[in-house]
Design a protein around this ligand. Sequence first.
Ligand code: THU
Length: 135
Amino acid sequence: MIGYRELIDRASSARERAYVPYSKFAVGAALLCEDGTVFEGANIENAAYPATNCAERTAFFRAVMEGHREFKAIAVVGGPEGQAPHALCPPCGVCRQVMREFCGEGFEIVLFDGKDTKTYTLAQLLPCSFGPENL
Ligand code: THU
C-alpha cells in the first residue's frame, strides 16, 4: 500500500495533464482504493464552462468505471498552470458530494500546498451530509 507522500506525488504528476485553457488553474488528484490501486485525475475544462470536470471527479469516475467502489483516500494538488502549488486546493462542494456517494466518514482527503500537508476526513469537510442511506 502506498503512503500519502507518494499519493501526493501521483496527484502532482496527474496535474501536468490538466486541460485548463480558461482558468489556467491546474488541479491533479490521486485516488487510493482499498485494494491499493491508484487512479489519477485532472481537471478538464470546456468552452461551456459548467461542463468542466474537476480533478477529483475525473479520478472517481475513472475508478468506478474500472469496477472500484471502495476507497481509502484522495490527494489533491492545485495551483496556477505551470507553477508549483502555493496554497491548499480543497475539493469543491460537488466533488465532496461525489465522495460522499462512495466513501465512509473516515475517507481521508490529503491536501498539499507545495510545502505542508493537511489531512481531513470526509466528515470534517462535509458535515450533516445527504447520502445514499437517506433515500
Ligand atoms: N477545480 C478542481 O479540479 N478541483 C477542485 O478541487 C477545485 C477546482 C478546477 C475546476 C476548474 O477547472 C478550475 O479548478 C478553477 O475552478
